[in-house]
Design a protein around this ligand. Sequence first.
Ligand SMILES: Nc1c(NC[C@H](O)[C@H](O)[C@H](O)CO)[nH]c(=O)[nH]c1=O
Ligand SMILES: CC(=O)[C@@H](O)COP(=O)(O)O
Length: 140
Amino acid sequence: MAKFLIVEARFYDHLNDMLNEGARTALQAAGHEAEILTVPGALEIPGAIALAEPTGLYDGFVAIGVVIRGETYHFEIVAGESARGIMALTMDGIAIGNGILTVENEEQALVRADPAQKDKGGEAAKAAIALLNLRSRFDG
Ligand SMILES: Nc1c(NC[C@H](O)[C@H](O)[C@H](O)CO)[nH]c(=O)[nH]c1=O
Ligand SMILES: CC(=O)[C@@H](O)COP(=O)(O)O
């Protein structure tokens, strides 16, 4: 059994609740534990993982959040930089699944957050599990 930290940017409560449900279900189905840490927004997720990982308390991480395009260029920054930060941490060997939705509107978000539809939270958890399994395989 491994221990995962779900790091959620709680910007839209109802969407996060669905994403977290999907992630928790996937982790529990694989026999793993999950804790949740909440940060203000998606831009804070990579930093939170960078702070939590060195503690050795967690074997893997699931990033959960929703970024919905507004009127300005800020969408590109939040969506792109949160993804870039997570990718950089992953390339350092940290098992992270990216479940941050980057969408045009709430309708697109609902379909992807819903565990009964596209279940992007569960998908991100399964990706984190897959990376952790790879690390176990290659670390021997
Ligand atoms: N607009 C969204 C944000 N914006 C906030 C940033 O993520 C960040 O918290 C702020 O710029 C302070 O550093 N965050 C989301 O997760 N979703 C959004 O739609
Ligand atoms: C993704 C965002 O940062 C967005 O929600 C902010 O909205 P706006 O671009 O209208 O300030």
